[in-house]
Design a binder for this molecule. Structure first.
Ligand SMILES: *[C@@H]1O[C@H](CO)[C@@H](O)[C@H](O)[C@H]1NC(C)=O
Ligand SMILES: *[C@@H]1O[C@H](CO)[C@@H](O)[C@H](O)[C@H]1NC(C)=O
Ligand SMILES: *[C@@H]1O[C@H](CO)[C@@H](O)[C@H](O)[C@H]1NC(C)=O
Ligand SMILES: *[C@@H]1O[C@H](CO)[C@@H](O)[C@H](O)[C@H]1NC(C)=O
Ligand SMILES: *[C@@H]1O[C@H](CO)[C@@H](O)[C@H](O)[C@H]1NC(C)=O
Ligand SMILES: CC(=O)N[C@H]1CO[C@H](CO)[C@@H](O)[C@@H]1O
Length: 625
């Protein structure tokens, strides 16, 4: 039967330096960037070290004239100030609720200290780079410069190699450690590409479609009596939705009814695509013909980020991209949809002069979208990695970039992962749930960006009535502490855990996820001219994102602000209007040789607060001023 839920193969890994404001500022007193001593003469000190993620094997040296685009991250000393604004404008009880920051206001809050900027410019100047060579982000918190690899090796006192990811054949030019002049340590948070290896897998639960179940089922549909969803939704759901999830099923299960959004109110929804996943428009039409006839003939805008393509050959249609766009845009039609295709394939070795292959897909996308004055109000992403495969410095910067989107009023969704509490490595001989810090300790494997506290993370359910699906990613971050908005429900959950269970396998003070959930199995998707089943929390995230896009439409049509960063709101809703979310209380998410966590009454690290009831949420969001 369904191949759709077999876990995919290995993925990617890392380390950190986070500077406190006081450190960053106190260093300025003696940074003395404009002495005549070239910075190159100062002692270098190791900045970051990492063990490469499993599967990556070191090969030869890159050609000395190979050019890399160095990306330098300068500290954002006022980030905590940005975070305060984010929480105020996202808190429905705060007088600033919905008063999102402009692009310029956000940029002011994330700007580096001028002293950092001077020091970095000075360092680059000592290596021959003038202002013309530098490409700065609008807030100047990132500087990009093209550097021959031989010079980069001198600047960073390191040695680059060509690395190959054996299971996929992908290549990248990376190192496992680099140094910076000691005086610059407080002025640079990270340099890329160095120790962060590229991601190799989208979060889709299968790389190919499995065929639709035998015709018999189709025959059943005609005679099936509607079954009742026992839950807040209270409506009827076609019996066949237990076998085939389509747009109509989701409208029934989540009580969307026939709600029709506006095409012209300014509400938009975005889907991100990475790793050469292309969304095919011909497939979209076949999908619409079957599942959303009124949308036939409509399409979405494709935005190319960093040279990303959207090849319309049917042979190039991506399962992930088609799943995400068909369901997100199918549920929200006629709300305008945007598909971001971000390039980021590791360098191809016989195309050695390509200077722009940084393999930083999230950062490239953030650069693009943060530079836009009006990003879509909802964006869903179904890609991720094990948190431990992402260097801590890099994970923090990405997470802080996602916070900037929230402060601007964008609801950012990520799927929670498809491996329960585990890491999905199908080979027990290699590294099931082992830490990548050299100790090889067994540990649950949280996913990133799912673990970032500024995003809304979506887990998976199955069946009607809904229960948790076994692969639903969930757990506790090892990097980010638990945010206040979830403190009460998460500590409640932890109190009810059996005494001492899973000791050492997770950090109970970490950001806990998912936040919400939705159906995640047997979605009927069109890919390459055929329909088939696809499963995964990859399906859940665009579904919940679509429902919140419709809720934005409700608000915008009444002259109200969009909902922005959702977590402070949804945890409050669960406390005050529990009927607006369908609590999922059955199932668990095994992994790492354990049964994982249990879905329980209230929040749990399998399905979060539950699944949305659009009809009820609609009334609630209209009552928020
Ligand atoms: C940080 O914010 C404070 C208070 O708003 C302000 O005085 C200071 O100049 C800001 N610092 C930077 C580096 O922007
Ligand atoms: C699109 O993909 C097809 C099939 O793989 C290929 O033949 C074609 O060259 C591609 N087109 C572009 C513009 O890359
Ligand atoms: C950890 O596991 C890897 C891969 O199995 C192995 O190469 C390495 O020697 C192990 N390290 C320790 C400290 O056990
Ligand atoms: C657990 O997480 C918290 C919050 O992120 C962190 O401060 C603490 O150091 C972590 N503890 C361990 C043992 O990793
Ligand atoms: C999950 O529920 C089962 C059955 O009640 C129980 O034995 C187990 O200890 C629970 N596990 C956790 C992590 O709560
Ligand atoms: C079709 C529709 O819903 N139009 C609404 C768009 O939003 C404005 C207010 O922002 C309303 O006045 C329109 O009725």
């Amino acid at each position: 039967m369904e191949v759709a839920e077999t876990p995919p193969s290995p993925r990617v890994k890392m380390m950190l330096i986070s500077l406190s404001l006081s450190l960053a500022l106190s260093s300025l007193a003696y940074a003395a960037p404009f002495t005549d001593t070239p910075l190159t003469d100062y002692a270098h000190k190791v900045k970051e070290v990492a063990i490469p993620p499993r599967g990556w094997i070191k090969r030869g040296a890159p050609p000395a004239d190979y050019t890399i685009e160095l990306r330098i991250a300068l500290p954002q000393p006022n980030f905590s100030e940005l975070e305060r604004h984010l929480y105020e404008v996202s808190d429905p009880t705060h007088y600033r609720y919905g008063e999102y920051l402009s692009k310029g206001e956000v940029e002011e809050l994330i700007a580096p200290h001028p002293e950092s900027l001077n020091s970095v410019h000075h360092w680059l100047a000592t290596h021959g780079f003038t202002d013309d060579h530098l490409n700065r982000s609008p807030a100047s918190d990132w500087i990009k410069v093209n550097v021959p690899v031989s010079l980069a090796e001198k600047m960073l006192n390191t040695e680059y190699h060509v690395w190959v990811h054996e299971p996929t054949g992908k290549t990248a030019i990376r190192t496992t450690t680099y140094s910076l002049p000691e005086t610059l340590h407080h002025h640079i948070e990270l340099v890329h590409p160095t120790i962060h290896f590229p991601s190799t897998k989208p979060l889709v639960a299968t790389s190919h479609l499995s065929p639709i179940l035998p015709k018999v089922l189709g025959a059943n549909v005609a005679h099936a009596r509607p079954i009742v969803v026992p839950s807040a939704s209270g409506g009827h759901v076609d019996a066949d939705c237990n076998n085939n999830i389509n747009i109509k099923c989701l409208q029934q299960i989540y009580n969307i009814g026939r709600y029709k959004s506006s095409a012209h109110n300014g509400s938009r929804i975005g889907i991100t695509g990475y790793l050469e996943q292309f969304a095919n428009i011909e497939d979209l039409q076949s999908f619409y013909k079957e599942q959303r006839p009124d949308a036939v003939g409509s399409s979405f805008d494709t935005i190319s980020v960093h040279g990303g393509l959207n090849n319309q050959s049917l042979a190039e249609a991506g399962v992930e991209a088609n799943l995400d766009t068909q369901f997100a845009f199918g549920l929200t039609f006629p709300t305008p949809g945007v598909f971001y295709s971000t390039a980021g394939r590791p360098p191809i070795i016989n195309d050695l002069q390509t200077p722009d292959n940084t393999n930083e897909p999230y950062q490239d996308w953030l650069d693009y979208v943060l530079d836009h004055p009006n990003p879509p109000q909802v964006v869903s992403t179904s890609y991720g990695d094990d948190e431990q495969t992402v260097p801590e410095s890099y994970a923090r910067r990405i997470c802080q970039g996602l916070a900037q989107l929230g402060a601007r009023g964008v609801s950012v969704f990520f799927s929670s992962g498809d491996f329960g509490v585990g890491d999905g490595d199908p080979n027990p001989e290699t590294q099931i749930c082992k830490t990548n810090d050299g100790r090889n300790v067994t540990r649950f494997m949280p996913a990133f960006p799912a673990s970032c506290p500024y995003v809304t993370t979506i887990g998976g359910t199955v069946h009607i009535p809904e229960v948790a699906i076994g692969f639903s990613g969930g757990g506790f971050s090892d990097l980010f502490p638990r945010p206040a908005y979830q403190d009460s429900v998460v500590s409640g959950y932890l109190k009810n855990l059996p005494e001492g269970i899973y000791a050492g396998l997770f950090n109970s003070s970490g950001r806990a996820y998912p936040d919400l959930a939705a159906q995640s199995s047997r979605y009927v998707v069109w890919v390459g001219g055929h329909s088939g089943h696809v499963g995964g929390t990859s399906a859940s995230s665009p579904t919940v994102a679509a429902i919140f896009s419709l809720l934005n439409d409700v608000r915008i049509s009444h002259g109200l602000s969009p909902l922005g960063f959702l977590n402070p709101l949804i945890y409050k809703i669960q406390a005050e209007h529990p009927e607006a979310l369908n609590d999922i209380t059955e199932g668990n998410n095994p992994g790492c040789g354990t049964q994982g966590f249990n879905a329980t009454k209230g929040w749990d690290p399998v399905t979060g607060l539950g699944t949305p009831n659009f009809g009820k949420l609609k009334d609630i969001v209209l009552s928020l001023e």
